[in-house]
Design a protein around this ligand. Sequence first.
Ligand code: FMN
Length: 167
Amino acid sequence: MVQSIKKRRAVREYLNEPIPEDKLDRIIDAAMYAPSANAIYPWELVVVTNLETREELSKVTPWSAHAKEAPAIIAVLGLEKDSPYWIEDCSIVAENIWLQATEEGLSSCWIQIRNNSNAEKEVKAILKVPDDVRVLCLMPIGVPAKPLPEHGKEAFKKDKVRYDKYK
Ligand SMILES: Cc1cc2nc3c(=O)[nH]c(=O)nc-3n(C[C@H](O)[C@H](O)[C@H](O)COP(=O)(O)O)c2cc1C
């Protein structure tokens, strides 16, 4: 498992190649089996493949331009009214999407929408999301144009881990 986790990278360049349906299905499956506080599962997904919609979504933040190259974008929505833990739950959904995409030879990169200026309002207008449903992030999915190296030892900082007590 840790080998797969180390391969996951934030990829922002994709080939203009469609995503096979079975791969996309397994990514959605991985998202849906995320754990959830009190087993509420306060999430919904919008899978966007339409080019015009992808182009609109890619303009919602200064850090979302790469999304338009991706043949699919998954918007991770949170049902805030159903659970106070929707952010935690939906974050795990997004990570499952990212990890399964990597496992399928594809890539992704979290695009922050919640608490990011007007981005959430704009995404909701583009995707026609109801007022009481939140948008945590967008997860573009595509074949990486240039695979990035997997994480090496530099990410493991021994002093970030303490044992038994902090001091
Ligand atoms: C909560 C969160 C928000 C992020 N927001 C963005 C974003 O809006 N745009 C973007 O290009 N990358 C975004 N990233 C990707 C990070 O920049 C990336 O994960 C980080 O640079 C580490 O690189 P790695 O994912 O390849 O390990 C976000 C990642 C997380 C976890």
